[in-house]
Design a protein around this ligand. Structure first.
Ligand SMILES: NC(=O)c1ccc[n+]([C@@H]2O[C@H](COP(=O)([O-])OP(=O)(O)OC[C@H]3O[C@@H](n4cnc5c(N)ncnc54)[C@H](OP(=O)(O)O)[C@@H]3O)[C@@H](O)[C@H]2O)c1
Length: 307
């Protein structure tokens, strides 16, 4: 049996169905993973809605989901890093993670440390790699600099706050006020409730804005960026074409990185980093969870658990 969360046509929550699809086999360089848990991401509903059709054309039907944790059940030719039974986590760099069995390039996977639960492991790949790459690769954040993180309480933001603080940056976070104590625990020096306080009246001379929200969070940030600073956005692709003259705006897209993922998973297992899972749902509730992600109000990650 291979259940999969599919779309047959673009649309809203009711465009998503659970169907049976063929069991995958492992091509050269791939393994098949028995999926135990898969993280919910904004890309799930952006693909479902069809809003990314022009940049991400898909043959339909298509299985949603971009990250997973589970157990290796089959090894393709040439794969030496894993054996059957190994527990692994990874970002696909494509779609298709919401299924009982998924074939994936072994190079994209990292081992799950023994002490780490599958649901926690599934919350790590996309959020943690995005946070790390956006801060330190695209953002070139350095010790002593100030970073403003919009959407700090969410999946990516929760990792970004911790990683930036650990790197010696001063961390200013925007979120709803109810997340303030949580964000301070993670390492935020200052939390701005975006619903009551215009952030541009509080934050000044920011070296890096990490925009995980888009819209007014992005447009309101240009005046507060330091002269040599920049905005890195994971949420607003238009930053690539609409950056004001004299400013630096970077559109960011995560790439898979198994070595960095393995390192971060070990750190979560050791308790040096926290992977926040606020909600665990089963496959029958996944379509609703994807729709809830679209409303954009939550803390940490939602994870779909496979039985
Ligand atoms: N380009 C890439 O490679 C890439 C990779 C990963 C994610 N993304 C995108 O990056 C974005 C963030 O991802 P995520 O997984 O962290 O999403 P998420 O878990 O849904 O978090 C978004 C957070 O933003 C907060 N928020 C909503 N409106 C806000 C506002 N006006 N100001 C400040 N905070 C606000 C929400 O909670 P509260 O309102 O309760 O504070 C929520 O915690 C999504 O658009 C996602 O699709 C892109």
């Amino acid at each position: 049996m291979n259940r999969a969360l599919l779309i047959h046509a673009y649309g809203g929550a009711d465009a998503v169905s659970i169907d049976r699809i063929d069991l995958p086999t492992a091509a050269a360089g791939e393994v098949v993973v028995r999926v135990r848990a898969a993280g919910v991401n904004g890309l799930d509903w952006k693909i479902r809605d069809g809003s990314l059709q022009s940049v991400f054309p898909l043959p339909l039907p298509a299985t949603l989901g971009i990250e997973l944790a589970g157990e290796v059940t089959e090894i393709g030719a040439g794969v030496t890093r894993f054996t059957v039974g190994d527990r692994v986590l990874g970002a696909l760099g494509a779609i298709g993670a919401y299924a009982d069995h998924v074939a994936i390039d072994a190079d994209k996977l990292a081992p799950i440390p023994d002490s780490l639960d599958d649901t926690i492991a599934a919350a790590i790949p996309v959020a943690a790699l995005t946070a790390w790459q956006a801060l330190f690769e695209a953002g070139e954040l350095k010790r002593g600099q100030t970073v403003l993180i919009h959407g700090a309480a969410g999946g990516v933001g929760s990792f970004a706050v911790q990683l930036a603080r650990r790197a010696g940056a001063r961390v200013v976070a925007t979120a709803r006020g109810i997340h303030a104590a949580y964000l301070r625990e993670l390492g935020a020096d200052e939390v701005i409730d975006y619903r009551t306080t215009p952030f541009w009246e509080v934050a000044r001379n920011v070296d890096l804005v990490l925009d995980l929200v888009g819209g007014p969070a992005l447009t309101g940030s240009w005046p507060i960026v330091a002269e040599q600073g920049r905005i890195v956005s994971t949420a607003a692709p238009e930053i690539a074409t609409q950056t004001p003259t004299g400013k630096r705006g970077v559109w960011f897209q995560m790439r898979t990185d198994a070595a960095k993922l393995a390192e971060i998973a070990r750190e979560v297992a050791q308790g040096n980093l926290r992977a926040e899972v606020s909600e665990i749902v089963d496959l029958s509730q996944a379509a609703d969870a994807i729709e809830r992600n679209k409303t954009g109000h939550g803390r940490g990650k939602t994870v779909v658990k496979f039985q």
